[in-house]
Design a protein around this ligand. Structure first.
Ligand SMILES: Cc1cc2nc3c(=O)[nH]c(=O)nc-3n(C[C@H](O)[C@H](O)[C@H](O)COP(=O)(O)OP(=O)(O)OC[C@H]3O[C@@H](n4cnc5c(N)ncnc54)[C@H](O)[C@@H]3O)c2cc1C
Length: 639
């Protein structure tokens, strides 16, 4: 039965049935479809253009600060992204190498065309996964009183597909509107149709929607760039793979280039501000503060005399370059004028202009931590539709939504990741608890347990979960368990070995190799110099873990104690049928916010913006009283 609120001609009487339908083959949709099919669900991936599977709408790169952590977590859970970039990466760099391991992040330039075909090939080869081109216009919904359940989707061409779970991963396409100067036109992305019907269908399900915007840079023709006037930037000598499964990166690696804007560039930009959709009031959606357009940077930081521009290749078979740092929606004549003031770009030709895009998103506070819409059983949302920005954020959500759609169909408990377990947990908890007011991207600073959520230990944190979900192969998990055993034995070994060391001041002193390794300038490999009988572990990854875990043990223990304390709030469940409107001791605003999010436990409640510690205590008292059979009446709690 169609949702009462949507309509379209029914051409087919005998629709095909799937276990899971995924709408959109962007980074979220690809992971969702991959996970669902690998977990044994017959899965349909419907997308507007099959040629654009896993397309990189913006910069041709994967990873970066905090995003690299996400990619490693996706990999540990059995997702695609890390393997895809390892198969197609053309320049690898570890960022923050001078800082501690917690904030070290991997980043790699992708050959974006190889990336797309690699992902498409993998998806096409996956048993149980069907890919079809089609624009989804609306949902098939069972609408019984008190129960709204998803039943499938229908497309613009009139096809109907039945499924008990649907993952919507439509990116920037919902009512997408592109702006270049004062010109605007409907599009999902440059050169692609917008998705118009689906936004209305989501609204018809009573979902609260909003409008956001993002932007991208012009793309440049390398034939017209004078690289001799730019500074070369090489990647790491030995590229470190993203995936725990990749042995070695052996693709050719290429350089990027650095140049800089100057006063002439800024003047060219200022001369076009009166035709800027951003400053002319044409754009209504909110953009990302942390990823401003070049015109935004000039207006917000007028005293800055230059901004870096990184020239990044889009692939090995194309001459198109991505000038990272000059995202813009200024008119094309201003785009070309400002670019030609930049060293190396004096004669540059634009192959595709920069633009901004406004699009609809769904307020993510309406989702559970499994990414299912709370009010519509079986409907999951993932990626930019939830107000996030970035391929990695999208892929992480897609994977989680795909896993949960499959688990639900199998009647198994859902997979929810805690803030202390994974950056994916931080991302999802932030979204569903706090909501978004601007495109959300992940930062390491958003995680309170950074010391334990490192890129290097993503497998130790998550691989068993991926295995339980059915996404990690048996031989992989056995290998992983062997690694865990080696690490433990390595730590026990350094702990048990007693040595005598000479200190700069004072007499030689007896200590353990563990204490020696805690010294800042001593590495695991150096330990042979302190104990001739010591045989270091030969597996590089396991040896690295021994070093990190021993060196940071004190800090990690302190963080674990905090996690333990917070976990007590997380375990205090709020009854699912909680009637917040009857909690008169809480202010109306607090009640409304709690009603909006409907937190699962006190920990989540405490993170909702506007929920004070007093309100949390009041809730705690209420829950305890209710557990003893007493209600709100007779208590004197003010919050
Ligand atoms: C102009 C622009 C600039 C950006 N700038 C940045 C940036 O600076 N930094 C950053 O990190 N990220 C940026 N992004 C965002 C990044 O591209 C996205 O966050 C990421 O691709 C989102 O992934 P997704 O899977 O949610 O959606 P997308 O990658 O957008 O994929 C959506 C998919 O859904 C399909 N689809 C849509 N509607 C339907 C429908 N009705 N039926 C069937 N299929 C449908 C589309 O065809 C597409 O395949 C930018 C994106 C754009 C467009």
């Amino acid at each position: 039965m169609r949702s009462e609120t949507t309509s379209s001609p029914s051409l087919f009487r005998d629709p095909t049935r799937y276990d899971v339908v995924v709408i959109g083959a962007g980074h979220a949709g690809c992971e969702a479809a991959w996970a669902s099919a690998r977990m044994g669900m017959t899965t349909l991936l419907l997308t507007i253009s099959i040629d654009q599977v896993a397309h990189m709408s913006c910069n041709p790169a994967v990873g970066g600060l905090a995003k690299g952590h996400l990619v490693r977590e996706i990999d540990a859970l059995g997702g695609l992204m890390a393997m895809a970039i390892d198969a197609t990466g053309i320049q690898y760099r570890i960022l923050n190498t001078k800082k501690g391991p917690a904030v070290r992040s991997s980043r790699a330039q992708a050959d974006m065309y190889s990336y797309k075909s690699w992902v498409r090939e993998r998806l096409e080869a996956q048993e149980g996964l069907h890919i079809k081109q089609g624009m989804v216009e609306g949902f098939l919904v069972d609408d019984a009183p008190g129960l709204r359940r998803i039943n499938g989707v229908y497309t613009q061409a009139g096809e109907e597909f039945l499924a008990s779970a649907v993952v919507v991963a439509t990116g920037t396409f919902l009512n997408g509107l592109i702006h270049i100067g004062m010109t605007n036109y409907p599009a999902g992305r440059a050169g692609e149709f917008p998705s118009v019907g689906l936004s209305g269908a989501l609204e018809a399900l009573d979902l609260k929607m909003g409008r956001l915007k993002t932007g991208t840079t012009p793309r440049l023709d390398a034939k017209t760039i004078d690289f001799d006037r730019c500074q070369v930037q090489y990647g790491d000598k030995v590229p470190q793979p993203f995936s725990f499964r990749t042995g070695k990166i052996d693709r050719p690696q290429v350089p990027c280039w650095i140049t800089r804007t100057n006063e002439a560039t800024h003047n060219a930009i200022r001369s076009g501000l009166d035709r800027s959709p951003l400053y002319g009031g044409v754009i209504k959606g909110v953009g990302p503060r942390y990823c401003p357009s070049i015109e935004d940077k000039i207006v917000r930081f007028p005293d800055k005399t230059g901004h870096h521009v990184f020239l990044e290749p889009e692939g090995l078979q194309t001459r198109e370059y991505y000038p990272n740092g000059v995202s813009t929606s200024l008119p094309i004549d201003i785009q070309i004028r400002m670019l030609r003031t930049i060293p190396g770009l004096e004669e540059v030709e634009i192959m595709r202009p920069g633009y901004a895009i406004e699009y609809d998103f769904v307020a993510p506070t309406q989702l559970g931590r499994d990414l299912m819409v709370r009010a519509v059983e079986g409907l999951y949302l993932a990626g930019q539709i939830n107000g996030t920005s970035g391929y990695e954020e999208a892929a992480a959500q897609g994977l989680l939504a795909g896993i949960n759609a499959a688990l639900r169909n199998k009647g198994e408990p859902r997979l929810v990741l805690g803030r202390d377990e994974a950056y994916i947990g931080v991302l999802v908890d932030d979204l569903v608890t706090k909501g978004v007011t601007e495109p959300y991207r992940l930062f390491t600073s958003r995680a309170e347990y950074r010391l334990t959520l490192r890129e290097d230990n993503a497998d130790l944190r998550l691989m068993e979960k991926g295995y339980r979900a059915g996404l990690i192969a048996r031989e992989e998990i056995l290998q992983h368990r062997e690694k865990v055993r080696t690490i433990k034995e390595g730590i026990d070994d350094v702990r048990g070995r007693k040595v005598t060391v000479s200190l700069p001041s004072g007499p030689p002193k007896g200590t353990s190799l563990e204490q020696v390794l805690r010294q800042p300038d001593v590495s695991y490999g150096d330990l042979v110099n302190f104990d001739k009988g010591f045989i270091p572990i030969s597996e590089v990854e396991a040896a690295r873990q021994v070093e990190i875990q021993v060196k940071y043990e004190g800090y990690i223990a302190r963080q674990k104690a905090v996690v333990g304390k917070m976990a007590r709030l997380e375990t205090m469940a709020i009854p699912e049928d909680m009637d917040y409107s009857s909690l008169h001791s809480l202010s109306r605003e607090v009640r409304d916010r709690l009603e909006d999010v409907r937190p699962l436990n006190l920990g989540q409640a405490s993170r909702i913006p506007g929920i004070t510690p007093a309100a949390v205590s009041a809730l705690m008292v209420y829950i305890k009283a209710r557990g003893r059979g007493k209600g709100e009446k007779g208590k004197h709690i003010q919050a």
